[in-house]
Design a protein around this ligand. Sequence first.
Ligand code: 7PJ
Length: 280
Amino acid sequence: MADSHSVLHCRGRVLGLERPVVMGVLNVTPDSFSDGGRFVQLDDAVERGVQMAEEGAAIIDVGGESTRPGAQPVALEEELRRVVPVIARLRSRTQAILSVDTSRPEVMHAAAAAGAAMINDVRALREPGALEAAVSSGCAICLMHMLGEPRTMQDSPGYRDVVAEVRRFLRERAETCITAGVPGERIVLDPGFGFGKTLQHNLELLRRLRELSVDGLAILAGLSRKSMVGALTGRPPDERLHGSVALAVVAALNGARILRVHDVAATVDALKVVAAVQNS
Ligand code: 7PJ
């Protein structure tokens, strides 16, 4: 394999990426489409996070802002109230790397102080102050591509060459981080499946995923329960397990090192099978 970064440095911890690993999605939002608000309560969110770690998630991604198409923005204070206590309590309950899914520098600072070791930003540190906050935190950083903003991103997205354009964007954001002093071992790149992409765009990005690994940086893929699975299988979000696992397997075979998923146990098993084949 041409990929060169097989570890991720997360605030003093080193996560091995020789085999693909799972990032479990922990939404602490009342309007997240696939969990229907079941985890709004702090206790429930913490228990679900602990469970995902027990199921084999190497990373737990805690998010308080819904970024689904059409979602409304959340106030800063509300986002802090949702994510910081969950991260603080998970810190004492699990060894998993805790990630915060946010675009706001204030949330990055507070989450890192509470024990987060990774920042997952669907806006790739383009909000004012976000780059500086992420760099100084020492956290690993996931830079994701999105065309436009969540509210409008699915309104007829267009590209001349989707792979080239996403790659150019990810390279520019990675170079910005590296220039600011972040080593490549702290950077993860993500094409942002479904974020301003049609089904055809998503399929082409998945098929040509390896081409996005700028300078051998690790790639993260988030396909779990997305509308792409619905389009391919005709299933509603709560029946997209099998299609989602299939996409995670394809992504891993095409070079993804981190799979962001809702269904941790099923994906961990599937990736064990993939790793056995890859290392045989
Ligand atoms: C992604 C994400 C993704 C990264 C969401 C959902 C929508 N972060 N946050 N990549 N998707 N890095 O989970 O369906 O694909 S929110």
